[in-house]
Write a protein that binds this ligand. Structure first.
Ligand code: NDP
Length: 280
Protein backbone atom coordinates (compact mmCIF):
# COMPACT_ATOMS: atom_id res chain seq x y z
CA UNK A 1 0.00 0.00 0.00
CA UNK A 2 1.24 3.46 -0.86
CA UNK A 3 2.49 6.11 1.53
CA UNK A 4 -0.23 8.74 1.59
CA UNK A 5 1.02 12.31 1.51
CA UNK A 6 -0.47 14.56 4.18
CA UNK A 7 -0.61 17.81 2.24
CA UNK A 8 -2.08 19.72 5.16
CA UNK A 9 0.80 18.76 7.48
CA UNK A 10 3.39 19.77 4.86
CA UNK A 11 1.55 23.04 4.28
CA UNK A 12 1.36 23.72 8.04
CA UNK A 13 5.15 23.34 8.31
CA UNK A 14 5.66 25.87 5.49
CA UNK A 15 3.16 28.25 7.08
CA UNK A 16 4.93 28.04 10.45
CA UNK A 17 8.24 29.02 8.83
CA UNK A 18 6.61 31.90 6.95
CA UNK A 19 4.79 33.15 10.07
CA UNK A 20 8.05 33.11 12.05
CA UNK A 21 9.84 35.10 9.33
CA UNK A 22 7.01 37.62 9.01
CA UNK A 23 7.01 38.15 12.79
CA UNK A 24 10.49 39.63 12.39
CA UNK A 25 9.36 42.10 9.70
CA UNK A 26 8.06 45.41 11.07
CA UNK A 27 6.31 46.60 7.90
CA UNK A 28 2.89 45.23 6.97
CA UNK A 29 2.97 42.88 3.95
CA UNK A 30 0.00 43.62 1.70
CA UNK A 31 -1.42 41.22 -0.86
CA UNK A 32 -4.36 42.05 -3.14
CA UNK A 33 -6.54 39.55 -4.96
CA UNK A 34 -8.62 40.89 -7.83
CA UNK A 35 -11.91 39.09 -8.24
CA UNK A 36 -14.11 39.68 -11.28
CA UNK A 37 -17.73 38.64 -10.84
CA UNK A 38 -18.95 36.14 -8.27
CA UNK A 39 -17.98 32.69 -9.53
CA UNK A 40 -18.85 30.44 -6.52
CA UNK A 41 -15.61 28.43 -6.79
CA UNK A 42 -13.57 31.65 -6.99
CA UNK A 43 -15.28 32.96 -3.85
CA UNK A 44 -14.28 29.76 -2.01
CA UNK A 45 -10.64 30.08 -3.18
CA UNK A 46 -10.52 33.76 -2.15
CA UNK A 47 -11.82 32.82 1.32
CA UNK A 48 -9.19 30.10 1.67
CA UNK A 49 -6.43 32.54 0.69
CA UNK A 50 -7.73 35.13 3.14
CA UNK A 51 -7.71 32.62 5.99
CA UNK A 52 -4.19 31.43 5.15
CA UNK A 53 -2.86 35.01 4.89
CA UNK A 54 -4.35 35.82 8.30
CA UNK A 55 -2.68 32.71 9.79
CA UNK A 56 0.81 33.90 8.83
CA UNK A 57 0.35 37.66 9.29
CA UNK A 58 -0.11 38.83 5.69
CA UNK A 59 -2.73 41.51 5.12
CA UNK A 60 -4.99 40.45 2.24
CA UNK A 61 -7.34 42.82 0.42
CA UNK A 62 -9.85 41.76 -2.20
CA UNK A 63 -10.83 44.12 -5.01
CA UNK A 64 -14.16 42.90 -6.38
CA UNK A 65 -15.04 44.09 -9.87
CA UNK A 66 -18.32 43.59 -11.78
CA UNK A 67 -18.58 40.66 -14.19
CA UNK A 68 -19.25 43.09 -17.06
CA UNK A 69 -15.99 45.00 -16.50
CA UNK A 70 -14.14 46.08 -19.65
CA UNK A 71 -10.58 45.02 -20.48
CA UNK A 72 -9.42 48.62 -20.06
CA UNK A 73 -10.94 49.05 -16.61
CA UNK A 74 -9.49 45.75 -15.38
CA UNK A 75 -6.08 46.66 -16.79
CA UNK A 76 -6.23 50.09 -15.14
CA UNK A 77 -7.00 48.48 -11.78
CA UNK A 78 -4.03 46.13 -12.14
CA UNK A 79 -1.71 48.94 -13.27
CA UNK A 80 -2.73 51.07 -10.29
CA UNK A 81 -2.05 48.22 -7.87
CA UNK A 82 1.27 47.55 -9.59
CA UNK A 83 2.28 51.19 -9.07
CA UNK A 84 1.14 51.25 -5.44
CA UNK A 85 4.24 50.97 -3.23
CA UNK A 86 2.21 49.53 -0.34
CA UNK A 87 0.92 46.57 -2.41
CA UNK A 88 3.52 43.80 -2.46
CA UNK A 89 1.65 40.96 -4.17
CA UNK A 90 -1.16 40.89 -6.76
CA UNK A 91 -3.18 37.99 -8.10
CA UNK A 92 -6.10 37.90 -10.53
CA UNK A 93 -8.47 35.14 -9.53
CA UNK A 94 -9.08 32.92 -12.56
CA UNK A 95 -11.21 32.17 -14.52
CA UNK A 96 -12.09 35.60 -15.92
CA UNK A 97 -15.26 36.36 -17.92
CA UNK A 98 -15.18 35.77 -21.69
CA UNK A 99 -14.82 39.43 -22.72
CA UNK A 100 -11.42 39.61 -20.99
CA UNK A 101 -8.12 38.79 -22.69
CA UNK A 102 -6.49 37.01 -19.76
CA UNK A 103 -2.93 37.14 -21.09
CA UNK A 104 -3.06 40.90 -21.68
CA UNK A 105 -4.62 41.52 -18.28
CA UNK A 106 -1.94 39.50 -16.45
CA UNK A 107 0.80 41.46 -18.22
CA UNK A 108 -0.41 44.57 -16.37
CA UNK A 109 0.88 43.08 -13.11
CA UNK A 110 4.44 44.10 -12.25
CA UNK A 111 6.58 40.91 -12.43
CA UNK A 112 7.88 41.50 -8.90
CA UNK A 113 4.29 41.50 -7.62
CA UNK A 114 3.06 38.62 -9.81
CA UNK A 115 2.64 36.02 -7.04
CA UNK A 116 0.95 33.56 -9.44
CA UNK A 117 4.10 33.57 -11.60
CA UNK A 118 2.10 33.98 -14.80
CA UNK A 119 3.60 37.07 -16.43
CA UNK A 120 5.80 36.51 -19.48
CA UNK A 121 8.79 37.73 -17.45
CA UNK A 122 8.34 35.23 -14.63
CA UNK A 123 7.42 32.36 -16.93
CA UNK A 124 10.44 33.15 -19.10
CA UNK A 125 12.69 33.23 -16.08
CA UNK A 126 11.41 29.80 -15.07
CA UNK A 127 12.59 28.50 -18.43
CA UNK A 128 15.88 30.38 -18.14
CA UNK A 129 17.81 31.16 -14.97
CA UNK A 130 17.18 31.98 -12.19
CA UNK A 131 13.46 31.55 -11.67
CA UNK A 132 11.68 34.41 -9.93
CA UNK A 133 8.07 33.85 -8.91
CA UNK A 134 6.91 30.37 -9.98
CA UNK A 135 3.24 29.23 -10.24
CA UNK A 136 2.18 28.06 -6.76
CA UNK A 137 0.74 24.63 -7.62
CA UNK A 138 3.93 23.69 -9.48
CA UNK A 139 5.98 24.68 -6.44
CA UNK A 140 3.64 22.60 -4.29
CA UNK A 141 4.09 19.53 -6.49
CA UNK A 142 7.88 19.89 -6.33
CA UNK A 143 7.73 20.28 -2.54
CA UNK A 144 5.67 17.10 -2.20
CA UNK A 145 8.03 15.07 -4.39
CA UNK A 146 11.09 16.34 -2.52
CA UNK A 147 9.51 15.73 0.89
CA UNK A 148 8.73 12.15 -0.09
CA UNK A 149 12.49 11.64 -0.52
CA UNK A 150 12.07 10.41 -4.08
CA UNK A 151 15.21 10.93 -6.11
CA UNK A 152 14.53 13.22 -9.07
CA UNK A 153 17.79 13.09 -11.05
CA UNK A 154 17.27 10.55 -13.85
CA UNK A 155 13.68 9.79 -12.80
CA UNK A 156 11.20 9.31 -15.64
CA UNK A 157 8.33 11.73 -15.05
CA UNK A 158 5.10 11.96 -16.99
CA UNK A 159 3.04 15.12 -16.55
CA UNK A 160 -0.49 14.74 -17.91
CA UNK A 161 -1.79 18.23 -18.76
CA UNK A 162 0.09 21.21 -20.17
CA UNK A 163 -1.71 24.29 -18.83
CA UNK A 164 0.29 27.42 -18.10
CA UNK A 165 -0.78 27.34 -14.50
CA UNK A 166 0.10 23.70 -13.69
CA UNK A 167 1.35 21.27 -16.35
CA UNK A 168 4.00 23.40 -18.07
CA UNK A 169 5.56 24.92 -14.94
CA UNK A 170 5.60 21.51 -13.19
CA UNK A 171 7.42 20.03 -16.17
CA UNK A 172 9.92 22.90 -16.24
CA UNK A 173 10.63 22.66 -12.51
CA UNK A 174 11.13 18.90 -12.63
CA UNK A 175 13.47 18.97 -15.63
CA UNK A 176 15.53 21.55 -13.73
CA UNK A 177 15.95 18.82 -11.11
CA UNK A 178 17.40 16.58 -13.83
CA UNK A 179 14.34 14.38 -14.21
CA UNK A 180 13.45 13.20 -17.72
CA UNK A 181 10.05 14.74 -18.32
CA UNK A 182 7.35 13.84 -20.85
CA UNK A 183 4.23 15.99 -21.18
CA UNK A 184 0.98 14.36 -22.33
CA UNK A 185 -2.12 16.19 -23.51
CA UNK A 186 -5.22 15.70 -25.65
CA UNK A 187 -3.06 15.21 -28.72
CA UNK A 188 -1.08 12.34 -27.14
CA UNK A 189 -1.95 9.13 -28.99
CA UNK A 190 -1.47 6.61 -26.17
CA UNK A 191 -1.09 8.21 -22.73
CA UNK A 192 -0.92 4.84 -20.95
CA UNK A 193 2.17 3.88 -22.97
CA UNK A 194 3.98 6.77 -21.26
CA UNK A 195 2.49 6.56 -17.77
CA UNK A 196 3.11 2.79 -17.52
CA UNK A 197 6.86 3.45 -17.71
CA UNK A 198 6.90 6.48 -15.41
CA UNK A 199 8.61 6.58 -12.02
CA UNK A 200 6.54 9.67 -11.22
CA UNK A 201 3.15 10.66 -12.65
CA UNK A 202 1.72 14.15 -12.17
CA UNK A 203 -1.94 14.30 -13.22
CA UNK A 204 -3.21 17.83 -13.91
CA UNK A 205 -6.11 17.27 -16.27
CA UNK A 206 -9.48 17.99 -14.66
CA UNK A 207 -11.01 14.60 -15.53
CA UNK A 208 -12.23 12.38 -12.70
CA UNK A 209 -10.48 9.02 -12.31
CA UNK A 210 -8.72 9.35 -15.66
CA UNK A 211 -5.51 7.74 -14.38
CA UNK A 212 -6.44 4.12 -13.70
CA UNK A 213 -4.39 1.41 -11.97
CA UNK A 214 -3.64 -0.19 -15.36
CA UNK A 215 -1.82 2.99 -16.37
CA UNK A 216 0.52 2.95 -13.36
CA UNK A 217 3.57 0.76 -12.76
CA UNK A 218 4.21 -0.82 -9.35
CA UNK A 219 6.10 1.51 -7.05
CA UNK A 220 5.35 4.72 -8.97
CA UNK A 221 4.90 8.06 -7.23
CA UNK A 222 1.50 9.51 -8.16
CA UNK A 223 0.74 13.19 -7.64
CA UNK A 224 -2.89 14.13 -8.26
CA UNK A 225 -3.48 17.82 -8.94
CA UNK A 226 -7.01 17.44 -10.31
CA UNK A 227 -10.06 18.78 -8.52
CA UNK A 228 -13.32 17.42 -9.91
CA UNK A 229 -16.73 17.87 -8.32
CA UNK A 230 -18.91 14.77 -8.75
CA UNK A 231 -22.70 15.01 -9.26
CA UNK A 232 -23.09 13.92 -5.60
CA UNK A 233 -20.97 16.90 -4.50
CA UNK A 234 -17.92 14.79 -3.64
CA UNK A 235 -14.53 16.18 -4.71
CA UNK A 236 -12.23 13.69 -6.47
CA UNK A 237 -8.93 13.97 -8.32
CA UNK A 238 -7.79 12.80 -11.74
CA UNK A 239 -6.53 9.51 -10.31
CA UNK A 240 -8.59 6.43 -9.47
CA UNK A 241 -7.29 6.74 -5.92
CA UNK A 242 -8.43 3.47 -4.29
CA UNK A 243 -7.08 1.25 -7.06
CA UNK A 244 -3.91 3.23 -7.83
CA UNK A 245 -2.98 3.38 -4.10
CA UNK A 246 -2.62 -0.43 -4.21
CA UNK A 247 0.20 -0.13 -6.78
CA UNK A 248 1.87 3.22 -6.08
CA UNK A 249 4.67 3.73 -3.55
CA UNK A 250 3.55 7.30 -2.79
CA UNK A 251 0.21 8.95 -3.59
CA UNK A 252 -1.51 12.26 -2.87
CA UNK A 253 -5.18 12.23 -1.84
CA UNK A 254 -7.81 14.66 -3.12
CA UNK A 255 -8.71 16.65 -1.15
CA UNK A 256 -5.80 17.08 1.29
CA UNK A 257 -2.86 16.54 -1.09
CA UNK A 258 -1.66 19.21 -3.51
CA UNK A 259 -4.39 21.77 -2.65
CA UNK A 260 -3.04 22.87 0.77
CA UNK A 261 0.48 23.14 -0.71
CA UNK A 262 -0.78 25.49 -3.45
CA UNK A 263 -1.96 27.95 -0.80
CA UNK A 264 1.20 27.58 1.31
CA UNK A 265 3.35 28.23 -1.78
CA UNK A 266 1.27 31.31 -2.58
CA UNK A 267 2.19 32.64 0.89
CA UNK A 268 5.83 31.84 0.12
CA UNK A 269 5.57 33.78 -3.14
CA UNK A 270 4.00 36.79 -1.39
CA UNK A 271 6.89 36.85 1.08
CA UNK A 272 9.42 36.49 -1.77
CA UNK A 273 7.70 39.32 -3.66
CA UNK A 274 7.91 41.54 -0.58
CA UNK A 275 11.61 40.75 -0.20
CA UNK A 276 12.29 41.48 -3.88
CA UNK A 277 10.65 44.87 -3.58
CA UNK A 278 12.37 45.81 -0.36
CA UNK A 279 15.75 44.23 -1.23
CA UNK A 280 15.67 42.23 2.01
P1 NDP B 1 -6.71 23.20 -17.88
O1 NDP B 1 -8.09 22.86 -18.29
O2 NDP B 1 -6.18 24.56 -18.11
O3 NDP B 1 -5.68 22.16 -18.55
C1 NDP B 1 -5.98 20.80 -18.59
C2 NDP B 1 -4.90 20.08 -19.35
O4 NDP B 1 -5.25 18.71 -19.38
C3 NDP B 1 -4.75 20.55 -20.80
O5 NDP B 1 -3.39 20.61 -21.13
C4 NDP B 1 -5.45 19.46 -21.60
O6 NDP B 1 -4.85 19.16 -22.85
C5 NDP B 1 -5.24 18.25 -20.72
N1 NDP B 1 -6.34 17.29 -20.92
C6 NDP B 1 -7.66 17.48 -20.71
N2 NDP B 1 -8.35 16.35 -21.01
C7 NDP B 1 -7.44 15.45 -21.43
C8 NDP B 1 -7.50 14.11 -21.88
N3 NDP B 1 -8.67 13.46 -21.95
N4 NDP B 1 -6.36 13.49 -22.22
C9 NDP B 1 -5.17 14.12 -22.13
N5 NDP B 1 -5.02 15.38 -21.69
C10 NDP B 1 -6.15 16.03 -21.35
O7 NDP B 1 -6.66 22.82 -16.34
P2 NDP B 1 -5.61 23.26 -15.17
O8 NDP B 1 -4.24 22.86 -15.55
O9 NDP B 1 -5.89 24.63 -14.75
O10 NDP B 1 -6.13 22.30 -14.01
C11 NDP B 1 -6.07 20.90 -14.12
C12 NDP B 1 -6.78 20.29 -12.92
O11 NDP B 1 -6.07 20.69 -11.74
C13 NDP B 1 -8.21 20.80 -12.72
O12 NDP B 1 -8.97 19.76 -12.15
C14 NDP B 1 -8.07 21.93 -11.70
O13 NDP B 1 -9.23 22.13 -10.93
C15 NDP B 1 -6.94 21.37 -10.86
N6 NDP B 1 -6.16 22.38 -10.15
C16 NDP B 1 -5.83 22.10 -8.87
C17 NDP B 1 -5.05 22.96 -8.15
C18 NDP B 1 -4.70 22.58 -6.76
O14 NDP B 1 -4.23 23.43 -6.01
N7 NDP B 1 -4.85 21.32 -6.38
C19 NDP B 1 -4.60 24.22 -8.71
C20 NDP B 1 -4.92 24.40 -10.10
C21 NDP B 1 -5.70 23.50 -10.78
P3 NDP B 1 -4.79 20.17 -24.10
O15 NDP B 1 -3.72 21.18 -23.72
O16 NDP B 1 -4.41 19.33 -25.24
O17 NDP B 1 -6.14 20.80 -24.19
Amino acid sequence: MATIIDGKALADDIKKEIAAEIKGIKEKINFTAVLVGENPASLIYIDKKKKACAEVGINMNTVTLPKIITQKDLENTLKKLSADKKTHGILVQLPLPGQINVREAIECIHPHKDVDGLTVTNFGRLALDPPALVPCTALGVLHIIKSSKVSLPGAEVVVVGRSNIVGKPVAMLLQRENATVTICHKGTRDIAAYTQKADIIVAAVGSANMITAAMVKYGAVVIDVGINRQPNGKIVGDVDYDEVAKKASVITPVPGGVGPLTIACLLQNILSAYKMQTNT
